[in-house]
Design a protein around this ligand. Structure first.
Ligand SMILES: *[C@@H]1O[C@H](CO)[C@@H](O)[C@H](O)[C@H]1NC(C)=O
Ligand SMILES: *[C@@H]1O[C@H](CO)[C@@H](O)[C@H](O)[C@H]1NC(C)=O
Ligand SMILES: *[C@@H]1O[C@H](CO)[C@@H](O)[C@H](O)[C@H]1NC(C)=O
Ligand SMILES: *[C@@H]1O[C@H](CO)[C@@H](O)[C@H](O)[C@H]1NC(C)=O
Length: 420
């Protein structure tokens, strides 16, 4: 009994998609809109899950052209909810337009947040999630009465292909804001993600077990990594992200579990990192089991007041209780390029490449690094780094280094005993 209406905003949206040559949605036909309020949702503190799922079911099962699930303006509470495919429309998922604010419900009868995910889209192809709305995780910062230690991810895309997440705002997640896992060909773009600097594990966008992922033109400031690229990521491009505060743009952490899939083919470019603890980073746990991370390029990055602008850390142990703290990592890092990285470091050590004693980093290239460290010369620290496989241990070459890095360039091997 879908009440079908044509919303001018949605028509506009269809036209925009057409002009942008975007996804298979919007062939110029009017969208059939399934508004959540038509299925009983209301702006309130009670759990709107059943209404949301009824509207989703109708849109997902629709055989009409361009079905659209619409969340209108207003603040809607909802517990953990999963929008699952497959859908009927030739395998294509509905367009999801969120113009309102979604919030977790305040607990109590039947309203639960899972520890894993708050809002999930799974098993879908050709999904577009967009709108002017906000997903407010209501975590640290929004309400000090929340003492929850939960690490609930605000939005999970799981097993989603050929899809786009565009233009939404995310605030104060309790865990990661967006997690893209087991996905292929997903674009996340134009996102605004904000959480307090002191809120733990609030990564902006996390990618894992996924291939052909694009994270573009977004502004991200949280209490953890702005973007983190985890195990099993292949062909990931991060372009045009403005990051800070937080822990920077990271590959990892890798090697936490046995049997992790390799990471390969990452490009992180044209980004600005401001006021963060790290700039561009690769991190693996001490004692981590074997896996590989290779073909990784960081390019055209501007650092503004960043504590560790360029860092490979193969003894990553954030809260200092790692069982294998003294064992070397067995994650092999190779073919990593840091190119045209400029700006300011807030510490004296601008470059730290601290690789595993057992698996030296190979094929590491630093080119066009121009960082300043206040009124003191910058230092760089290298251990177990080889420019090319088979070359003498510990050599790294930084062609055309900036004056700031000259000491390291004149003495290509500048190894310090690493006090940790
Ligand atoms: C996703 O897009 C790719 C490339 O256009 C295509 O080869 C693939 O079949 C699509 N996947 C699905 C599930 O439609
Ligand atoms: C660089 O990033 C900005 C956003 O910060 C974006 O607008 C611009 O298109 C990007 N440039 C290129 C060449 O991708
Ligand atoms: C490195 O990764 C990029 C981006 O995914 C890819 O285009 C390129 O083919 C890869 N190069 C090699 C040698 O695998
Ligand atoms: C390094 O950056 C400074 C400050 O932006 C700039 O003045 C200088 O020309 C740059 N040097 C090189 C070699 O690019």
């Amino acid at each position: 009994m879908a009440i079908i209406f044509i919303n001018p905003r949605v028509l506009y949206f269809v036209v925009v998609v057409l002009l942008c040559g975007g996804h298979a949605h919007g062939k110029g036909r009017a969208a059939t809109v399934y508004g959540v309020t038509e299925y009983g949702a209301a702006p309130s503190n009670r759990d709107n899950k059943d209404a949301f799922l009824a509207a989703w079911r109708a849109a997902c099962d629709s055989t009409a052209g361009n079905p659209t699930l619409h969340f209108p303006k207003g603040t809607f509470a909802v517990g953990a909810v999963a929008f699952e495919g497959p859908c009927r429309n030739g395998g294509g998922a509905p367009v999801v337009v969120i113009d309102g604010v979604l919030r977790p419900c305040a607990g109590g009868r039947g309203c639960r947040l899972s520890d894993d995910a708050w809002i999930t889209f799974s098993g879908l192809n050709n999904l577009l999630v967009t709108g002017d709305g906000t997903l407010d995780g209501h975590g640290a910062g929004s309400d000090d009465r929340i003492k929850s230690k939960s690490k609930t991810t605000t939005l999970v895309l799981d097993g989603v292909t050929n899809s786009t997440l565009r233009g939404l705002a995310f605030v104060n997640s309790r865990g990661f804001h967006v997690n893209i896992r087991r996905c292929s060909r997903v674009v996340a773009e134009g996102l605004g993600i904000h959480a307090l600097e002191r809120s733990r594990n609030t990564d902006g966008v996390h990618v894992g077990l996924s291939s052909h992922i694009r994270v573009l033109d977004s502004v991200i400031g949280t209490g953890d990594d702005c973007v983190s690229v985890g195990p099993g990521s292949v062909d990931v491009l991060v372009n045009g992200v403005i990051c800070g505060p937080g822990h920077g743009l990271s590959v990892g952490s890798l090697g936490k579990e046995e049997g992790e899939q390799d990471v390969q083919g990452l490009i992180i470019k044209n980004c600005t990192v401001k006021g963060t603890t790290n700039g561009v980073r690769i991190k693996t746990w001490p004692g981590s089991p074997p896996s590989r991370a290779s073909n990784i390029t960081f390019q055209d990055i501007t650092m503004d007041d960043v504590a560790n602008p360029i860092i490979i850390d193969q003894r990553y142990c954030p809260h200092d209780h790692c069982a294998d703290a003294n064992k070397p990592s067995q994650v092999q890092i190779s073919d990593v390029t840091f190119e045209r990285i400029e700006g300011t470091s807030s510490s004296r050590v601008a470059v730290q490449l601290l690789c595993s004693e057992e698996r030296a980093c190979t094929g590491v290239r630093l080119d066009g690094i121009n960082l300043s460290c206040g009124d003191q010369p910058c230092r760089s620290v290298f251990s177990n780094v080889r420019e090319t496989p088979g070359s003498g241990s510990g050599s790294v070459v930084a062609p055309a280094p900036s004056p700031a890095l000259a000491p390291a360039a004149r003495a290509p091997v500048e190894e310090f005993a690493v006090a940790r």
